[in-house]
Ligand binder design. Structure first.
Ligand SMILES: *[C@@H]1O[C@H](CO)[C@@H](O)[C@H](O)[C@H]1NC(C)=O
Ligand SMILES: *[C@@H]1O[C@H](CO)[C@@H](O)[C@H](O)[C@H]1NC(C)=O
Ligand SMILES: *[C@@H]1O[C@H](CO)[C@@H](O)[C@H](O)[C@H]1NC(C)=O
Ligand SMILES: *[C@@H]1O[C@H](CO)[C@@H](O)[C@H](O)[C@H]1NC(C)=O
Ligand SMILES: *[C@@H]1O[C@H](CO)[C@@H](O)[C@H](O)[C@H]1NC(C)=O
Ligand SMILES: *[C@@H]1O[C@H](CO)[C@@H](O)[C@H](O)[C@H]1NC(C)=O
Ligand SMILES: *[C@@H]1O[C@H](CO)[C@@H](O)[C@H](O)[C@H]1NC(C)=O
Ligand SMILES: *[C@@H]1O[C@H](CO)[C@@H](O)[C@H](O)[C@H]1NC(C)=O
Ligand SMILES: *[C@@H]1O[C@H](CO)[C@@H](O)[C@H](O)[C@H]1NC(C)=O
Ligand SMILES: *[C@@H]1O[C@H](CO)[C@@H](O)[C@H](O)[C@H]1NC(C)=O
Ligand SMILES: *[C@@H]1O[C@H](CO)[C@@H](O)[C@H](O)[C@H]1NC(C)=O
Length: 625
């Protein structure tokens, strides 16, 4: 192969990018930004829609009749919204309406957001969507590609932690769902959104994640039931004490009294997420919090797009410059969401690398989507030790930025505040959060090379809160390790990634006598391996891509007497023949396993998908051993 051919292969759209696109970047005319699987749709034939799904823990309320429900959006059609995220055009991107809380007569303790989408027609897939009430984000999700017969999916999320806002009236609900409609892409998303409210019921099934007794916004709480199998193979169940299940709920043991949006002001026209364009782009919001606040948690919602959609695969700038490449996907492969108060770093998060349904190989994500694609994880930063900075009845600027970020990220946050009956005093006694210590290696000759980034941080924050429950000290210590290694081989046509991220957080609450009231350890691991090989195809202008993704989301919480262990893994291998922006043919497998155990109950699920068909899998709610 001559160098020109190699260069073209390297610049081929290795991914289905999302339909979210930044302003057009110069690129080779033969490297369009999107792939597309050719579908032949016959609208006149009625065929059942393909049901897409994400493997996840079922909600305890699934299958139970809600005490009441409110419809937020009924059969709304989202058409052609892409323009506004990528340009400043005024296309209708967002649906805004009045929010009506559940009737006062409805007795409830658990609220579930139910999000349903139907789509038929040609789509890029992987558009991002968000749901907000008065700028407080309730759900970040993304869209699946419809297959030839159309598609359907349903996301259900426990939103009880937003009780304080869900119960208020005179608010606005906004939904943004990105879509692009033109001659080639004709799909329209029909969306129904409702809130389902559940009251106490003895028929609740395992596993249940919520709610504590005193916390419940109204009425009684749901009790958790343990289901196990006895020696006679009979299924037994018993109700559990709420104290036994608290740890899995950290830090939302009970819903906050107030949730303050740290979101964009132009939300009603462009969505409440901040669009962050580069590492210097700091989005700030001034907030003055009540001096009755005894606990504060910042919940971050994050997604990455454009040249940073696959930030973990981005080589160094010098590689791109030296090889005269026109791609904007560079700036190395370390990214972190940084949170500041008055310019001072108070928390940092390396987000879980969620791959949208168009990503790497779209054939992987039919009909099971990637980990987190339908319900993107949010990230909690416990700001309780910083109340000493915040409780002075003054405005403080909360800032969000992306370390090393390039265009573009969609980020916002909810500030959850728990209030005492009377004024609270607080001091921040220790606050040591250094920036990540980073080492980078970049070695390459022409298009082949290796890029390595290693980062580490150890931090400690401590603060006192004197409230009506007494004086309590919260100490949070954290260790973070990040490692990213990318190899480019065969004149840049093979890319291999190995990324590791580990975070260990210890939270210790002590009283004035230095007695430990509560201690918790949270351990998070997000390993990711990706391999993409590109070769010329047998027909002119085609290429063959061999793709592998191996990924895990592992989150564990250990208390003194209990624990919660969650692990969700996926292994995907596949091949596709690509011409221009289209996938002509291919074959793909996706194997996922999910396991959850919180010491009192378990859930496990496995799914095996080959070429779009679920060929195997298992589900169990029974704890092994
Ligand atoms: C769609 O299906 C109907 C019924 O089978 C058939 O009559 C029609 O020709 C088909 N249209 C296309 C465009 O294939
Ligand atoms: C939903 O909307 C679609 C397109 O706007 C329409 O064809 C369909 O009849 C609607 N369904 C209901 C139940 O309103
Ligand atoms: C969709 O929006 C894009 C960008 O604003 C525009 O170019 C295109 O014509 C629109 N398509 C339709 C069908 O309205
Ligand atoms: C939305 O609700 C309408 C009316 O109940 C129903 O006809 C339609 O199929 C629903 N669409 C989705 C995506 O659930
Ligand atoms: C679409 O529906 C037809 C008819 O039921 C079926 O033969 C075909 O396999 C379906 N396509 C997919 C991708 O499921
Ligand atoms: C609703 O909100 C508007 C604007 O914020 C305010 O002017 C109005 O008084 C509010 N109405 C009620 C009933 O709270
Ligand atoms: C605090 O911030 C809010 C919102 O930005 C602003 O309206 C208010 O004037 C500020 N107050 C002070 C005392 O700076
Ligand atoms: C606490 O906040 C209230 C309400 O804003 C205010 O009236 C009071 O003066 C504040 N207390 C102190 C000690 O600043
Ligand atoms: C990049 O462009 C410069 C200036 O045009 C040229 O000297 C250099 O050889 C080019 N490098 C490669 C790897 O093509
Ligand atoms: C853990 O269990 C022991 C013994 O039952 C009990 O004394 C202790 O209070 C428990 N600790 C917590 C934090 O619940
Ligand atoms: C993925 O592959 C690894 C080894 O390559 C294996 O240990 C793991 O069990 C696999 N996971 C799934 C969900 O198939």
């Amino acid at each position: 192969m001559n160098a020109t051919v190699n260069l073209l292969l390297l610049l081929l759209p290795l991914f289905f990018t999302t339909t979210v696109q930044s302003s057009p970047k110069p690129s080779f005319s033969n490297s369009p930004p999107h792939f597309l699987k050719q579908n032949s749709i016959n609208e006149t034939i009625e065929i059942p829609l393909q049901h897409y799904f994400e493997v996840t823990l079922p909600l305890p309320t699934d299958g139970i009749t809600p005490a009441c429900s409110t419809s937020l959006l009924l059969n709304h059609s989202f058409e052609n919204t892409t323009g506004s995220l990528s340009t400043s055009s005024n296309s209708p991107v967002i649906r805004v309406m009045d929010y009506t809380p559940p009737p006062a007569t409805c007795d409830w303790s658990v609220a579930v957001l139910d999000f349903r989408v139907e789509c038929k027609g040609e789509q890029h897939g992987g558009g991002v969507a968000g749901v907000w009430i008065d700028g407080v984000e309730l759900l970040r999700t993304s869209t699946a590609r419809p297959d030839e017969n159309g598609s359907f999916w349903n996301v259900r999320k426990d939103v009880s932690r937003y009780s304080s806002i869900i119960t208020r009236s005179n608010l606005t609900l906004s939904v943004m769902l990105e879509n692009l409609v033109n001659d080639e892409f004709t799909g329209v998303y029909h969306v129904n959104i409702s809130l389902l409210f559940y009251s106490d019921t003895s028929s609740v099934r395992f596993p249940l994640s919520i709610v504590s007794g005193e916390s419940k916004p109204r009425s009684q709480s749901l009790n958790r039931k343990l289901i196990s199998v006895n020696n006679n193979h009979e299924i037994e169940s018993k109700l559990l004490d709420r104290d036994l299940v608290l740890k899995s709920l950290y830090p939302y043991y009970k819903p906050a009294d107030l949730v303050v949006p740290i979101s964009a002001s132009g939300g009603l026209s462009e969505g409440f997420w901040h669009r962050i364009e580069d590492e210097f782009d700091v989005k700030t919001k001034n907030v003055q919090i009540s001096n009755k606040t005894y606990k504060a948690v910042l919940e971050l919602y994050v997604s990455f797009h454009g040249n940073d959609e696959f930030w973990y695969l981005n080589p160094s700038d010098s590689y791109v410059e030296t090889n005269n490449l026109t791609t904007g996907r560079a700036h190395g492969a370390y990214r972190e969401v940084l949170v500041t108060i008055d310019g001072k770093l108070v928390g940092a998060v390396v987000p879980f690398p969620v791959i949208f349904t168009g990503g790497i190989n779209p054939l992987f994500w039919e009909p099971v989507v990637s980990i987190g694609a339908f319900n993107l994880p949010s990230y909690d930063i416990d700001l309780t030790p910083f109340l000493g900075l915040l409780l002075d009845n003054k405005n403080h600027s909360i800032g969000i930025q992306i370390a090393d970020g390039i265009s573009f990220w969609l980020v916002d946050a909810n500030l959850h505040l728990w209030l005492d009956h009377s004024e609270v005093q607080a001091q921040t006694t220790k606050s040591e959060i250094p920036s990540m210590e980073i080492q980078r290696k970049s070695e390459f000759i022409r298009l082949d090379g290796e890029f390595e980034i290693e980062g580490e941080r150890e931090s400690e924050v401590t603060g006192w809160v004197h409230s009506s429950t007494g004086s309590l000290q919260t100490q949070i210590t954290e260790k973070i390790k990040f490692k990213n290694k990318i190899k480019f081989k065969d004149a840049g046509t093979t890319k291999e990634l190995q990324q590791k991220y580990k975070r260990k957080t210890k939270i210790k609450i002590t009283n004035e006598n230095d007695e430990v009231i509560e201690s918790l350890q949270v351990k998070i691991k997000y390993p990711l391996k990706v391999s993409i090989g590109t070769k010329p195809g047998s027909d002119a202008d085609t290429s063959v891509m061999i793709t592998i993704v191996e990924q895990e989301r592992s989150e564990r919480v250990y208390g003194d007497n209990d624990s919660m262990v969650l692990s969700h893994k996926q292994n995907c291998t596949g091949l596709m023949v690509v011409k221009g922006s289209s996938v002509l043919s291919g074959s793909a497998e996706n194997h996922q396993s999910y396991s959850y155990n919180d010491g009192v109950g378990c859930y496990s699920q496995s799914v095996d998908v080959v070429d779009g068909d679920v060929v195997g899998g298992d589900t169990s709610s029974i704890c092994e051993s």
